[in-house]
Ligand binder design. Structure first.
Ligand code: DCP
Ligand code: MG
Ligand code: MN
Length: 305
């Protein structure tokens, strides 16, 4: 009898993936990088499962499905919903403890929608237009591009990743802040998720929400600026994919380097322990980074691993 009812059941693969995707986006909106990343990794494997899933027992051997995620999937299978999510939508006050979560919930319905490629193009154009208004003199040396999934050629994106540099090598200090203030004043940027970031190595960043026109949905946007000397590393990192970056970092590590969004530093290890890091090898372009590691160049659309 049990076998019978099982056979009539609809496989849960799609439901599970959809729910875990929602949780992943939710953790991202909260800036919870650890969970966001864990869920993203788990999703890669969940999506690869071809056999129909009816029970959580079938998932025990799947890589990167930790206890936390398994518990949520079990709940979904047994109760048809993940209670965490239930109460997110019904009783927001319970989970809303700080500003960031509140913003995440306020825009939750919008954020879970993917962004059509054309809209990202239009958002990028708007940012370029506004920046040439406020930086008329730097107009020809300010390079502004969209990275992330957009640069990898995807037809839809989870968010907008804007990367800025100055092609004449002059400092980028203050550019993000000025741009953000202007974009906020015209209602294009709607909400900051955390404060503006200034790294000690000279890069700057903004995380927030934007909207092309009042008829469009609110979208997650990241804006980062790097000095030209770090640009090759920055654009490589910000283009992704996340998995591609991880495997490239690992490769660099094996060759005795440490690769980040800011540089490629030779590392001295003694018995596996890092004892010294040296100045980065200079790379103004992505091609330079591949060359420095003696790797064949991969175009952005080939980095979707
Ligand atoms: N990135 C990374 N590791 C992280 C987060 C991000 O290496 N933990 C890099 C690779 C990503 C890029 O930053 O491609 C942009 O991050 P997004 O989260 O915006 O990812 P994508 O743009 O690739 O995908 P999406 O369409 O979901 O935004
Ligand atoms: Mg993105
Ligand atoms: Mn992003």
């Amino acid at each position: 009898l049990e076998e019978d009812s099982k056979n009539k059941q609809k496989p849960l693969n799609d439901d599970i993936i959809k729910q875990i995707e929602m949780l992943q986006k939710y953790y991202d909106t909260q800036g919870d990088k650890g969970r966001g990343h864990g869920y993203r990794r788990a999703l890669t494997f969940l999506r690869a499962i071809k056999e129909p899933i009816y029970s959580v027992d079938q998932l025990k051997e799947v890589p990167y499905l930790g206890q936390g995620i398994l518990k949520k999937v079990k709940e979904l299978i047994e109760e048809g919903t993940i209670s965490r999510f239930d109460f997110l939508s019904h009783d927001e006050s319970v989970v809303v403890t700080d500003g960031m979560q509140k913003i995440g919930l306020k825009y939750y319905d919008d954020i879970k929608q993917r962004i059509p490629r054309d809209e990202v193009t239009a958002l990028l154009e708007k940012i370029r237009e506004v920046s040439s208004e406020i930086f008329p003199k730097e107009k020809n040396t300010l390079k502004i591009d969209a990275c992330g999934s957009y640069r990898r050629g995807k037809q839809s994106c989870g968010d907008i990743d804007i990367l800025i540099t100055r092609t004449d090598g002059s400092p980028i200090t203050g550019i993000v802040e000025k741009l953000v203030i202007k974009l906020e004043s015209i209602g294009f940027l709607k909400e900051r998720l955390g404060s503006l970031r200034h790294s000690s190595t000279g890069s700057e960043g903004y995380m927030g929400m934007c909207q092309l026109t009042p008829d469009h949905l609110n979208r997650r946007i990241d804006i980062k600026a790097y000095p030209l000397s770090q640009y090759g590393f920055a654009i490589l990192y910000f283009t992704g994919s996340g998995n591609f970056n991880r495997s490239m970092r690992l490769f660099a590590q094996k060759k005795g380097y440490s690769l980040s969004d800011q540089g490629l530093q030779p590392v001295l290890r003694v018995k596996g322990q890092k004892v010294a890091e040296f100045n980065s090898i200079p790379c103004e372009t992505e091609e330079d980074v591949f060359k420095a590691l003696n790797l064949d160049y991969k175009a952005p659309h080939e980095r979707d691993i």
